[in-house]
Design a protein around this ligand. Structure first.
Ligand code: NAI
Ligand code: MG
Length: 370
């Protein structure tokens, strides 16, 4: 049987971006033969690196290459070298433009407290231990895009307005995805809203309940965002999949991220398009995969960056864009093995270099796929 080929656009970006994405790339190239896949990387520039080379943070060529690929893998953009630039000329405007061009509607941020790292969490071990949740955030609607959004000054003084619109289709699409994801996990969805105050949240709750009826094997729970934000740090183990609108998701995903103990541990995926027609499946969906952290200029170029956020991001790519769930499971187990064996970068209390931790995960993933 010939290997299946997957084309990945790799945009390493700035700072530690190239260091952490190199480890994730090497991992995919190593496990490919063991899982019957060939991963073909096409590398491009984004952010400060693209500004230095081409005078713009993202060229149309890279957008076209992204659209022609099976998935996009990004490091991080930005850094002090480009801090004097303004607006569209800044590195992060390249990333915003890429995200927009790809039509991403769902942001997935899993947070897991690995047993070996329970002491790195800011929460007490007895509360943090075993926490393993997935925040699913709607990306296209809500306050960030609602119109009118403006400021005005008149006789009465200065005023400003933002608008929070949602359609039933937008809500249905993201909640349905959350249920599909829950079926691959512990079969629980917590839908977060502010239905005691907001009309959009009342619609959200209504649609989430309708979607839930299609998934009788998954438990649906509704929670108000204020109660949910407390619950997240008081009882993080209560959660499996959380689904919520854009602004609540922005805040809650950062709050949840703190549980893991280091930004360097956190992966993310942003998905495009309708899920496959077979209910309950996710792959293949097109996605942009990136660690949550930034370019970490304070440690760039020193081999200190934690590559696990990037590595866990490509594991999500295998799961959601390529349908290679077994390979993704092996990589996640290998991360756990490497941490349990004591390999840690400085941010999680160890002395391993980026390359050492990357190599440990690679070896263990290969052993598991053996
Ligand atoms: P940052 O995430 O780059 O760093 C925050 C802190 O976390 C730093 O102390 C850093 O050393 C540490 N850290 C981050 N990633 C790490 C890793 N993999 N291993 C170990 N430690 C890690 O955020 P900061 O400092 O606010 O921003 C730095 C630059 O990155 C800025 O130019 C910012 O605009 C950009 N940025 C880019 C993002 C992206 O590309 N998605 C996201 C956030 C910031
Ligand atoms: Mg944020």
């Amino acid at each position: 049987m010939s290997d299946r080929t997957f084309h990945i656009l790799l945009l390493p970006g700035d700072g530690v971006g190239p260091e952490v994405t190199a480890e994730a790339r090497a991992l995919l190239e190593a496990v490919g033969p063991a899982v019957g896949a060939r991963f073909v990387f096409n590398e491009g520039l984004i952010g400060g690196a693209a500004i230095d080379a081409y005078g713009t943070p993202l060229r149309d060529e890279e957008i076209d290459a992204a659209l022609a690929s099976d998935a996009v893998f990004l490091g991080a953009v930005g850094g002090p070298a480009w801090d004097n630039l303004r607006g569209e000329a800044r590195p992060e405007s390249g990333l915003l433009r890429l995200r927009k061009a790809l039509g991403l509607f769902a942001n997935l941020r899993p947070v897991r407290v690995f047993d070996a790292l329970v002491d790195a969490s800011p929460l007490k071990p007895q509360i943090a231990r075993g926490a393993d949740l997935l925040v699913v955030r709607e990306l296209t609607g809500g306050l960030y895009f609602g119109r009118p959004s403006e400021r005005r000054t008149d006789e009465a003084g200065r005023r400003a307005i933002d608008t929070l619109p949602y359609t039933d289709h937008e809500i249905e699409r993201i909640v349905d995805l959350a249920f599909r994801l829950a079926r691959q996990r512990r079969r629980k969805v917590t839908s977060i809203d502010k239905a005691n105050v907001l009309a959009t949240s009342q619609l959200w709750r209504e649609v989430a309940t309708e979607v839930g009826e299609r998934y009788p094997d998954v438990t649906l729970e509704h929670m108000l965002v204020d109660a949910g934000s407390m619950r997240l740090i008081a009882r993080p183990r209560d959660f499996d999949v959380l689904v919520t609108e854009n602004l609540f998701g922005d805040i809650l995903s950062d709050e949840a991220g703190v549980l893991a103990g280091s930004l360097g541990m956190l992966p993310s995926a942003s998905l495009h398009g309708e899920p496959p027609t077979r209910p309950g499946t996710v792959a293949p969906m097109f996605g942009l995969y990136e660690p949550v952290h930034g370019s970490a200029p304070d440690i760039a170029g020193q081999g200190l960056a934690n590559p696990l956020g990037a590595i866990l991001s490509v594991s999500m790519m295998l799961r959601f864009s390529f349908g290679l769930a077994d390979a993704a499971d092996a990589i996640e187990a290998a991360v756990e093995d490497a941490l349990a064996a004591g390999y840690r970068t400085r941010d999680i209390g160890g002395t391993a270099t980026t390359a050492e931790l990357g190599a440990q995960v690679r070896e263990r993933a290969l052993a598991r796929l053996g």
